[in-house]
Design a protein around this ligand. Structure first.
Ligand code: IDP
Ligand code: MG
Length: 365
């Protein structure tokens, strides 16, 4: 993932960062009870993550007036803040992940259905008030979740494209809003079971389960391929050993930015040689090759680096030194097509098998 490209994580607050569900339920229950309506836990679950006006309409019917909605909403939030008091707790993993994202240069937004009063109270109490570059509340948009408006506004204010945004949600309405906004979604099962959140790209039981790296992968699934660290087996062949070239050749590979992660000197026996060169066992040069490679002690090494296999093959040059490009190892030092100085794995898959022939797991650093 390129460093310059802006990427963002847009956070829901209640049920993702702050463990407030019990207090919201208590406040709603109290406020509706005064109006003769029994607001149950099931009602609460069904309305979770939506804006107050929606919840009030869903509960009291469409006839309720705007001024009543405003009054009930205000009363609910006052009650909520009162019952919440000092009992503000963060949910597992949320604050450490926020901290890491900030360190890694992610832009951060909070897009909550909650009013600003609640957001100030909660982010202040949790010490994260200054973490967010942008805060979008339910009042900033015409339609609340599951409409994508809030998330889209957050992305716009951050200056980040929707496809480069990850939303962290716990509510079904929030996951729907995120997908409608064309963003990536991580859903935490703090409020709803995982099967209700299946629309999300990643469903987890706790934010402690994910790292910044997991989020990077979500934004750019190709990243792993492009920046994948590869390993390659290198052998300093007998002709090079006899001429004292081991150090020169290792230094040359190190100078390419490859890291030496395993090294040993050994005298290959016939069995190891036959196994190592097994793909050539039908070739006319096979017996001569086995004899040659077992003729003197050699150095075996594992190098690690980005596209290490290809980088080493290029540095080696063609199998036949007379055909190897000028400046390559085989062009510079190779004696003939058999005594061609160096071996390097020809693919990532081959490398894996070859490395196992020469090194135990605990010999690779
Ligand atoms: P590579 O080492 O460039 O991958 P391969 O074709 O895998 O080349 O052959 C393995 C090794 O076998 C070569 O490095 C070389 O030492 C030897 N070899 C390849 N072709 C010939 C040949 O025609 N005559 C003798 N030896 C050969
Ligand atoms: Mg080969």
């Amino acid at each position: 993932m390129s460093k310059s490209k802006a990427k963002a994580v847009i956070w829901d607050m209640d049920g993702v960062i702050a463990d407030t569900a019990a207090f919201h339920f208590k406040a709603w229950h109290e406020v509706f009870q005064k109006r003769g309506v029994n607001f149950t836990k099931e009602d609460f679950r069904r309305n979770f993550g939506q804006r107050n006006d929606t919840i009030i309409r869903n509960t009291l019917g469409e006839k309720v007036s705007q001024s009543d909605i405003d009054a009930i909403a205000r009363e609910k939030e006052e009650t909520f803040r009162k019952v919440l008091g000092q009992n503000i707790k963060s949910l597992p993993g949320a604050i450490p992940l926020l901290k890491s994202l900030r360190e890694y240069g992610f832009k951060l937004a909070l897009a909550s259905s909650a009013p600003m009063g609640n957001i100030r109270l909660i982010t202040g109490a949790l010490g994260i008030a200054n973490y967010f570059h942008v805060i979008v509340t339910g009042r900033d948009v015409a339609e609340g979740k599951p409409s994508p408006q809030g998330f889209l506004l957050a992305a716009q204010r951050l200056g980040v494209e929707p496809k480069d945004c990850i939303v962290v949600e716990d509510a079904i309405a929030g996951v729907t809003a995120c997908k409608r906004a064309g963003m990536h979604c991580i859903a935490v099962t703090n409020t709803h079971p995982g099967d209700r959140l299946a629309e999300a790209d990643l469903v987890i039981d706790s934010l402690g389960e994910v790292t910044v790296d997991d989020l990077e992968k979500l934004l750019n699934p190709d990243r792993q391929r492009s920046s994948k660290m590869e390993r390659s087996l290198v052998l300093i062949k007998p002709d090079a050993m006899e001429r004292g070239l081991a150090g020169t050749l290792l230094a040359r590979l190190e100078s390419l930015g490859l890291r030496l992660v395993a090294l040993k000197m050994l005298h290959m026996d016939k069995e190891l040689a036959q196994e190592h060169y097994a793909v050539h066992k039908e070739k006319p040069f096979f017996n001569g090759l086995v004899k040659y490679i077992t003729s003197a002690p050699i150095v075996a090494a594992v190098f690690e680096g980005e596209r290490a296999v290809e980088v080493i093959r290029k540095a080696m040059g063609a199998t036949d030194p007379t055909k190897a490009e000028a400046g390559t190892i085989r062009s510079d030092f190779g004696l003939d097509i058999e005594r061609n100085t160096i071996h390097g794995s020809d693919s990532v898959e081959t490398a894996e098998g070859e490395i196992k022939l020469f090194f135990a797991e605990d010999e690779i650093y």
